[in-house]
Structure formats: structure tokens, C-alpha cells
Write a protein that binds this ligand. Structure first.
Ligand code: ADP
Ligand code: MG
Length: 718
């Protein structure tokens, strides 16, 4: 007997050749097959008399085959199968290309239903490559699968067609119609007037109408997001039961610290710092995401948390995604904490350095690790090296992660080697997270926002520049450089060879890498190397120009960044490695080549590299793509300097599937789509909360719990 858990290998209709192909689509069991939802539908529901067809329309007709034959075309070595059918009102031809086997299944006098586009050619009107289905006779056929109805189109892989999937799925749906268990609690179904599972699953595959399909989809979107919320809320509840080190806030110490800064904290910074310091006083582990636009000053807030932790006798781990950033933090934070008698270590794959008694000195890695283990180092700053094996903290109480967003939760787990005390987690990001994501994928983190920028900042002027404007832009750049200011130039690629370009993923920002440029019809891509040749030889032979890209050794990158900071380089030409965090206050121009190739959130990140002082700054978006869509996107950059709005727009234009890492989340399409809908997200969160309040372990919802377990096995956010 077939069950939902039956492997596809044991389903009689599925030949061996299909086993592997289905697995490629993620289909292993009957259940997977039933829950393999169509991508879209084709509307073949309106069967019309042959006499009423019009050229150019997609139609569905029924009739008796009066002629069928294969012919060869010698020009292109093609087989054409030509069929002619008739009904009471007339007749029409249908043509298929390269499907000679059709004459085996279709014979004269068979009744068929054909659905496809009516096309006109020299030889007359015909249906071009229509979907077809044999029918018993010309009466009402309400049991059609491939024609005469709204037909499901699935995401296909080589050798698995939608037609085949329909042929396999439909009988299974019939068989399971009354056997599908209802996972959602009754009260939820009633409250939201959802279709019950058995009805919804039928309607999502073979809908009676588009309204039915939508209703079914709404149910499954809800269901998936509901499971997601349950898993997040449960995980959170579990974490809150664990114990973290309690770090009491010392108000006078914090005052002393803020007074030692060369600037005043903004109100937002103050508020965020306060919330975080209060979190650290609790014995439940903090999981907080500190969000603030680029340049809003997150580092200083994190430094306050670190100082408080250290003065309570504990250690801090501070991790950044790149060596450039880690080193920048090490220097900046050492400086800020200079007068507070703190020992700070710096560790990357290659370097180990220590800051002690106001001095930075090199130290053997081995010794650094020993000091760390004996608790003589208060804070360790570095890259991913911090989670490698030999790095042992003696009393870790706070983990700070810069620009790692969501990935933080897992890294905290990796840093904790003894499981008794869980350190607090502070994750920081400049990538604005749209509210829907904040409640779903990031839903187990508390959110703090730095809403305002330091007061001295001016709004960055953003301009879209096409080929005509290029000369003027160069002149402008020259003027800025002559005034002693720095210029960034960003190019989409390093060199011509694609292999050189894998580094874009470095940024760890979800806005970036899998961006699909072909979407915007771009012709040529500027590369850093080509651009370097051009700028240094033709345009600015008199200026100091240097390249920076992810393939370079880190000390080289570091040296270049320092030179640029100091003003020894005028123009820094770079790939997206500068995207996150880099702080060069003297830079006032951000010039982006091939702006059409980057997502809005990413462009916004680039833009945030300038405007970090009281000087007026500029962002030039160079583009050669005249399409409406591109114009619209880039215009959003001019209209909007709020990262959240841009992120929301980005999400709407590109869909969540394009977000960095989203492919790996393993969320079904219905859930990804649902994530665009904030109302739905809020509803599911509310529903999950309500049910967990009454039944925290879901012990009264066995089926739900079982599904939750399965769901969790499929998703991976880290
Ligand atoms: P981000 O939030 O992008 O990480 P940073 O922490 O790197 O920003 O801060 C950007 C720059 O602004 C740094 O040079 C920092 O010293 C400075 N800064 C931070 N807070 C303030 C403030 N309240 N007023 C003026 N400058 C500030
Ligand atoms: Mg930063």
C-alpha cells in the first residue's frame, strides 16, 4: 500500500530512469511529490468550437483526428508531425517539431483535445506545438489533465516535464484525497477560512479557477511561514532558558567613556547602547541585532558593550568578515579604550598582535592563545579565525559580530566550548533588513536601530550618469582630488577571466552576489584591470591610482587601505570588497561603474563609503543600460537615502530568491513569496505565539510537531 512516506522508487508508475531526476528536484517521497507545487498555470479551460479560433490566440479545441503523418524537412533535418482534426464546426491542423513518436500514440479517428497558440504561416492556420490529450469522445470532459482546464506548469529539470509530472501526480492526488491529514489546528483554519489540506492540495495542482489556485496558495504560504515562526519562537524560548554571564552596568564608567570620545553620541546611539547594556545585566543570553545605516556609528556602541563586559571581569570576542575590517576595528577600538586599561588581542589567519599598556606589539600566535586561555586578554578581535579550534576563551561573555547578520547565531554556538554559560550575542549590520525578513529569517534576534546619523553629516548627492556625462564627471573628480579628497571607483569584476571573480561573495551581505545581471540586459562589463589601464594611462595620468580586489594578499590590501586613508592614494579602484564597513573619512566621491549590475541595497552600501565627514560627498552611478527597469531602480537611489526603504524596494523588485544565501535556506517557494507580504508574516507570527502560549511543547498538536521537525530538517539559515 502506498503511503505518504513511500519512497518514489516504490511508486509503480515511476520508472527507474526518473528516480535520479526527481531527486534533483528534491523529491524523495510521495509526500514530496504531492507538495511539489506548480510554478504557474496555463489557462486552457475554455474549449471552443474550431470555427471560432483566431490567429494569435491561445485556444483549446477538441476533435477527431482525420489525418496524421510525419514529414522530414531536409533543410534543417527536422521531423514535423502534422495532424488534422475536425469537429462539427470545422477543422484545423496542428504541427509538432521533432516528436516523431507522436504517431505511435495518436491515430486516425482518435479524439483529442489540443491547446496551444493559433499561428499563421504560408501553408495556412495551424496550432503550433500544442499540448494534447486523448479523450474518449466529444462530450463533456471534466476529467482532463493536460488540456481543457487550468493546467499546472512545474519547475522542470531535464527529462522531467510538466506533462509527466501531471500524469504522475494526478492519480496520487485522487488516491490520497481522503487520506491527507490536516496539520493546521482547527481554530486556525476556521479563523482564516482556509481550504482544508485535501482540498487545497488538489486546487493548487489542478485548480477549478484561478481564485481556487490563489486560495490554495494562500493556505500553503501561511502553513510554511507558520512552521517557520514556530521553529524560531521555540528556539528562542529554549535559548532564553539558558544562563549567560551577568554584566552589571557601571554608569559612571560609561559616562567617563563617552566623555573621552572626540564627538557626542547621537540620541540613537545612546538609546541602543543603553538597551544593550541592560540586556547584558540579564542572566538570559542576549541575541540582538544592531542595525544602523553605514556610518551611523555602530562600532562605538559595540565598544561600550565590550567595555562593560570587560570591567565585569569577562572576555569579549569581536569578529569581522574581512581582514581589512578586523584590522580597522582593532586599531579603532584600541584607541577608544586606550585610557581604560584593557588588553586587546588581534588574530587573523596570518597575524597575531596585542594591544597592552597603550602599545601595539606583535606576539606569537601561540602566546596570544595562551594568554587568551588564561584570561589575560580581555578582548580578541579578528576574522573567522576566532572560531578555529585552538582559540579558547576562559570566560567569554560577549560575542560581537560585524556584518554577519543572521549567521551570528551559529557562530556564537561555535565559540562556546563549555556549554554551561552562553555568551551574549551582538550582531551588527548596515544592511537594512526589511521588516518581513526581520520577523522571519531574523526572527530570533531582537532588533535595535540606530536611526539617525551623526550630526555633522551632509546628504550625499547621487547622480545617474550615462556616456555623455562621463567627461564632466571625470573633470569633477579631478577637482575633488586637487582639493585633497579621496575617490572610490567600483567595478563589477576584477579581470576578464570569470574565475577571478568569485570574491564578490566576501561581503557577507545578503544583497550581493547571486544578483542576476542578465535580468537587466547589460552588454559589457567593466573590469577593474581594464579600468585601471584606462584611468591611469588616458584619463588621470597625473593622479595616484591603485587597484584593490579580493584576490590580493591581505597585508597588501591593508597597506593600500592605509595609504588611501592617509591621502597617499587619490583614486582607489576596487571590486565590491570595499562594500562593508571600510571607513575613510577623506573620501568624497563614490563612482560606480555598471551600476545596473548591483542590487539597490548593495549600491547603498557603496554609497555609504563616502559622506563620512562634514564634507559634501557624491555618488555617481554610471550606467549604459537604458531599460525602464534599470532607470527606475537607479532613480530609487536618488530619491531615497534610507536603507530600509531601498531594501524593501530591492526585495519587491528582485524577490527574496535573489537575496544572498536565500537559495540555501531551503524554504519552499510559497514561503519565499509569502515573505513579501508583511500582513501574512505578522498573522503567522501571531498564530504561532498563540499556540505556543497554550502549548509550549506542542504536546497537544502531535501532527504539527511532526511536521515542524520535518520542516526544520529542511531549512538552514546558517
Ligand atoms: P558603522 O555604523 O558604519 O560601522 P562606524 O562605527 O565605522 O560606522 O562609524 C563611522 C565613523 O563615524 C567613525 O569614524 C566614527 O568614529 C564616527 N562616529 C561615530 N559616532 C559618531 C558621532 N556620534 N558623531 C560623529 N562621528 C561619529
Ligand atoms: Mg561598521
Amino acid at each position: 500500500m502506498i503511503k505518504l512516506s513511500t519512497p518514489i522508487e516504490n511508486v509503480p508508475n515511476i520508472g527507474q530512469a526518473y528516480h535520479k531526476k526527481l531527486k534533483k528536484l528534491g523529491i524523495k517521497t510521495v509526500q514530496d511529490l504531492l507538495f511539489y507545487f506548480p510554478l504557474r498555470y496555463e489557462d486552457f479551460s475554455n474549449i471552443i468550437p474550431i470555427s471560432q479560433i483566431k490567429v494569435g490566440e491561445v485556444v483549446c479545441v477538441q476533435g477527431r483526428i482525420i489525418a496524421i503523418e510525419n514529414t522530414q524537412t531536409f533543410k534543417k533535418w527536422m521531423t514535423i508531425t502534422e495532424v488534422e482534426i475536425e469537429d462539427e464546426t470545422g477543422n484545423i491542423k496542428a504541427l509538432w517539431f521533432n516528436q516523431p513518436f507522436l504517431t505511435k500514440s495518436l491515430k486516425e479517428d482518435d479524439f483529442v483535445c489540443l491547446a496551444g497558440k493559433v499561428t499563421l504561416s504560408k501553408s495556412g492556420v495551424y496550432l503550433n506545438n500544442p499540448a494534447f490529450e486523448k479523450i474518449s469522445e466529444m462530450s463533456d470532459n471534466d476529467d482532463l489533465t493536460h488540456t481543457g482546464r487550468i493546467v499546472p506548469i512545474y519547475s522542470e529539470t531535464k527529462g522531467v516535464s510538466s506533462k509527466w509530472l501531471r500524469y504522475i501526480i494526478k492519480p496520487l492526488l485522487e488516491y490520497f484525497y481522503d487520506k491527507l491529514p490536516e496539520m493546521l489546528p482547527d481554530e486556525i483554519i476556521k479563523k482564516h477560512k482556509f481550504l482544508p489540506t485535501k482540498e487545497a492540495i488538489w486546487q493548487i495542482h489542478f485548480p477549478e479557477s484561478f481564485e481556487h489556485a490563489d486560495a490554495a496558495k494562500a493556505r500553503f504560504s501561511f502553513e510554511n511561514l507558520f512552521l517557520l515562526q514556530l521553529s524560531i519562537l521555540k528556539q528562542r524560548a529554549r535559548l532564553l532558558q539558558k544562563t549567560a554571564p551577568v554584566c552589571k552596568m557601571d554608569a559612571s564608567l560609561m559616562k567617563q567613556f563617552t566623555e573621552s570620545l572626540p564627538f557626542q553620541l547621537t540620541d540613537s546611539q545612546r538609546q541602543c547602547a543603553f538597551t544593550i547594556l541592560k540586556d547584558l545585566e540579564k542572566s538570559a543570553p542576549m541575541s540582538r541585532l544592531l542595525e544602523g545605516d553605514v556610518g551611523s556609528g555602530k562600532t562605538v556602541v559595540a565598544t561600550m558593550a565590550a567595555l562593560s563586559t570587560i570591567k565585569n571581569g569577562y572576555q569579549v570576542a569581536f569578529m569581522a568578515p574581512t581582514e581589512i575590517l578586523a584590522s580597522q576595528h582593532f586599531k579603532g577600538i584600541s584607541k577608544m579604550l586606550e585610557k581604560f586599561n584593557v588588553t586587546i588581542g588581534y588574530l587573523t589567519g596570518k597575524e597575531s598582535v596585542i594591544f597592552k599598556n597603550g602599545k601595539i606589539t606583535e606576539i606569537k600566535k601561540k602566546d596570544l592563545l595562551l594568554e587568551l586561555q588564561f584570561g589575560q586578554i580581555d578582548m580578541l578581535i579578528g576574522t573567522h579565525t576566532l572560531i578555529s579550534k585552538g582559540v579558547l576563551f576562559s570566560k567569554l561573555a560577549l560575542v560581537v559580530l560585524d556584518e554577519q547578520h543572521r549567521f551570528g547565531v551559529n557562530q556564537r554556538a561555535q565559540l562556546v566550548k563549555d556549554k554551561k554559560l552562553i555568551p551574549h550575542l551582538l550582531s551588527m549590520t548596515a544592511t537594512p533588513i526589511p521588516r518581513t525578513l526581520a520577523l522571519t529569517v531574523y526572527g530570533d534576534l531582537d532588533l535595535s536601530l540606530i536611526k539617525e546619523m551623526p550630526k555633522n553629516r551632509k546628504k550625499i548627492k547621487t547622480l545617474i550618469i550615462d556616456s555623455e556625462g562621463r567627461k564632466d564627471a571625470y573633470e569633477f573628480i579631478r577637482k575633488e582630488v586637487k582639493e585633497g579628497k579621496g575617490v572610490f571607483v567600483i567595478c563589477p569584476k576584477i579581470g576578464k577571466d570569470d574565475e577571478e571573480n568569485n570574491q564578490t561573495a566576501i561581503s557577507g551581505s545578503f544583497s550581493v552576489s547571486n544578483y542576476n545581471p542578465t535580468l537587466f540586459g547589460v552588454s559589457e562589463m567593466k573590469t577593474v584591470k581594464q579600468e585601471y589601464e584606462k584611468l591611469s594611462k588616458e584619463i588621470f595620468p597625473d593622479l595616484r591610482i591603485t587597484m584593490l580586489h579580493g584576490k590580493m594578499k591581505s597585508d597588501e590590501k591593508e597597506r593600500i587601505m592605509q595609504d588611501f586613508k592617509k591621502g597617499e592614494i587619490d583614486i582607489l579602484l576596487s571590486t565590491s570588497v570595499v562594500e562593508v564597513g571600510v571607513d575613510v573619512p577623506r573620501a568624497t566621491v563614490m563612482m560606480i561603474e555598471g551600476a545596473e549590475r548591483f542590487g539597490l541595497a548593495q549600491l547603498h552600501q557603496f554609497r555609504g563609503r563616502v559622506g563620512r565627514s562634514d564634507m559634501q560627498s557624491y555618488c555617481f552611478l554610471f550606467t549604459t543600460d537604458p531599460s525602464q527597469l534599470n532607470r527606475k531602480r537607479l532613480k530609487a537611489m536618488i530619491d531615497c537615502d534610507n536603507g530600509f526603504e531601498l531594501a524593501q524596494k530591492d526585495l519587491e523588485i528582485r524577490g527574496p530568491g535573489q537575496l544572498y544565501g536565500a537559495q540555501q535556506w531551503g524554504l519552499p517557494d510559497v514561503a519565499m513569496e509569502g515573505m513579501l507580504n508583511i500582513f501574512l508574516v505578522e498573522k503567522t507570527r501571531q498564530a504561532a505565539k498563540e499556540i505556543l502560549e497554550k502549548d509550549p511543547e506542542l504536546s497537544n498538536h502531535a501532527l504539527l510537531l511532526e511536521n515542524l521537525k520535518k520542516f526544520k530538517q529542511k531549512i538552514h539559515f546558517e
